[in-house]
Design a protein around this ligand. Sequence first.
Ligand code: ZN
Length: 303
Amino acid sequence: MSKAARSKATQTPVAASAVDLPIRFGTVGSPTVTPKSGGSPAAIACIRELNLSALELAWVQSVSAGDELCARIRAAAEAHDVALSVHAPYYINLNAESEEMWQAGRDRLLAAARAGYKAGATDIVFHPGSYMKRDPQTANTIALSRLSEVADTLRKEKVAVTLRPETMGKRAMLGTLEETIEWSRQIESVLPCIDFAHLHARAGDGTFNSYDEFVTAIRLVAAGLGERGIKQMHIHFSGIAYTDKGEKHHLNLADSDIKFKEFFQALADLGVSGRVLCETPNLEEDAVLMQNTYRRAYARAAR
Ligand SMILES: [Zn+2]
């Protein structure tokens, strides 16, 4: 974080605790200012110093945290009141063509959930996979039965986490908002991770980027999942570059077309609670900007 940005972040008037709002804000991955040697426990302290209150551990390549590290992460999260989630490895495909490929992905998801739970994470985010030339309905049937299998395994092991299939930014990928809602209707321990930037990129034509479109999406979640969907919403947010096929890469809020003020107003007006995790290159600066934008929106909505 630059000196100017740091002073901007600390001078912005915010209440003593960041947890006085219905939504917690944080980052996917450690804030860039985290001391290199400190690992996740230091990242958690950093989140609190920034007056944020959520962190998603980016275990996106593999799950390597042992019991000792998980215990230290959990202790840090409790001490600093930081809500934890895990981003599971990328290499998971609920619709994998071969049984071997599926089992490899399944084992990564199970490993992320087991270690995440030990570390105090309540939510395990993962990318659901691709259509693999199957028609969406067949792909969805396969995905649903495999996701149920994972949820059953974790339930039997008393690993009490919510599995969060993420809405994806490319049209070849499984993970429309409707699909993630449907899986969540069918399986008790599943809820969407809604990446609104991905949904904007997935449309590919500049749509899904207005107050009304954000409201429509939130109402779709409410219609499908009720309070369960609205009161513990798990959101990824960023600016995004895209083509007509969907996502290219994430961008800083200021460098993108994403209508973030309208987005946070929609969250505030519809009474959404939960977490927003920032995924822009300006990781913690944009997380603080998101929280400040939401704080103003919330004050307006409450009036
Ligand atoms: Zn993701």
